[in-house]
Design a protein around this ligand. Structure first.
Ligand code: DQA
Length: 147
């Protein structure tokens, strides 16, 4: 039951950047909440962040065989990185797309997710809870795999 949470560019600035959209909690605050929920759900979760597309792809490739589910907030890459989409598809790990904000109610360029078609599903608009809801979804995927 190993879960990898990947955070994309600028998410290291949470709590500082556009607080009206992303809230006042830092990425570390989110990481702590993720850890608490993971333990409660019996999941072993690693939490990473990168501002670099290639590094996110390297992390996805290295996840193959190591993790059961990937939870990914690809941030702005969501909207145009075919390379990250291809990596998600290539590694064949069930992946859950998440966003703090509701990308569908914001600028038009955020309405498109090029990774959505290769993910199991998308959770957006719930702030920190998007991460927590995704952990519950990941636990359920694992449970359904076992029985
Ligand atoms: C985001 C939404 C993206 O459109 C944006 O580029 C981000 C954060 C979110 O979590 O709401 O950096 O992924």
């Amino acid at each position: 039951n190993k879960i990898l949470v990947i955070n994309g560019p600028n998410l290291n600035l949470l709590g500082i950047r556009e607080k009206n959209i992303y809230g006042s909690e830092s990425l570390l605050d989110i990481a702590k909440a993720v850890e608490v929920t993971s333990e409660a759900l019996g999941l072993e979760t690693d939490f990473v962040q990168s501002n670099h597309e290639g590094e996110i792809i390297d992390k996805l490739q290295a996840a193959r065989g190591e993790y059961d589910v990937v939870i990914i907030n690809a941030a702005a890459y969501t909207h145009y990185s075919i390379a990250i989409r291809d990596a998600i598809k290539a590694v064949e790990i069930p992946s859950i797309e998440i966003h703090l904000s509701n990308i569908h109610s914001r600028e038009e360029f955020r309405h498109t997710s090029v990774i959505a078609p290769v993910c199991v599903g998308q959770i957006c608009g719930f702030g920190k809870m998007s991460y927590i809801l995704a952990l519950h979804a990941a636990a359920d995927l694992q449970k359904r795999k076992q029985d």
